[in-house]
Ligand binder design. Structure first.
Ligand code: GDP
Length: 192
């Protein structure tokens, strides 16, 4: 079982949300080589969906989650030139964050925690959806970070957790659907 773990508040009660508000900016964070671009490209349907728009490092696509459409713009810009200004912008602009590490790289896992701390500092008063992603779960023999370690880290940092394999397209759809659900949960509770 490598699906959702964490809390049980996944059900979505849609509350007639305004459609102009249904475009969400999702930012990918994480060390070089952990699989950010691979995940973003699968989301964007770059290989299999002729309608997908790919503009440089952003991927724009609508998906139907729980019967309701949502548009996500996924930004894969975190590493560009190690640009500090851009990284500050990234920390400010997201409606949701995907922090990726590779299960085959302990250092990338430690870096993910640092990014979570940085993000918390940048967005102190806000409750933004964050999903911690252990990617490359297919590389069983070179695994350095266990599922339990990933899960425990997500508990400490109060975010969702999922393991994915971009190589096998495993759990990638669930990841992006999960992001939409997390955004909606917060939006709905604000509207109540
Ligand atoms: P980024 O630097 O974080 O954007 O990482 P990339 O998406 O460029 O991926 C880095 C390398 O890891 C590439 O060679 C990918 O093909 C490979 N890779 C990405 N995801 C996976 C995965 O889930 N499993 C395996 N085996 N390789 C992966």
């Amino acid at each position: 079982q490598q699906g959702w773990t964490s809390d049980s508040s996944d059900s979505v009660i849609s509350s007639g949300s305004d459609s102009d508000n249904n475009l969400y900016k999702v930012i990918l964070l994480g060390e070089h080589g952990v699989g950010k671009t691979s995940l973003a490209r699968i989301f964007g349907g770059v290989e299999d969906c002729p309608d997908a728009e790919e503009a440089g490092n952003t991927y724009d696509r609508s998906i139907v989650v729980d019967g309701e459409e949502a548009s996500l713009v996924v930004f894969d810009i975190w590493e560009q030139d190690d640009n500090q200004w851009l990284q500050n912008q990234c920390m400010k602009m997201g409606d949701a964050y995907i922090i990726v590490y590779s299960v085959t790289d302990k250092v990338s896992f430690e870096k993910a925690s640092e990014l979570r701390i940085q993000l918390r500092r940048a967005r102190q008063t806000e409750d933004i959806p964050i999903i911690l992603v252990g990617n490359k779960s297919d590389l069983v023999r070179s695994r350095e970070v266990s599922v339990d370690e990933g899960r425990a880290c997500a508990v400490v940092f109060d975010c969702k957790f999922i393991e994915t394999s971009a190589a096998l397209h495993h759990n990638v759809k669930d990841l992006f659907e999960g992001i939409v659900r997390q955004i909606r949960l917060r939006k709905d509770s604000k509207e109540d």
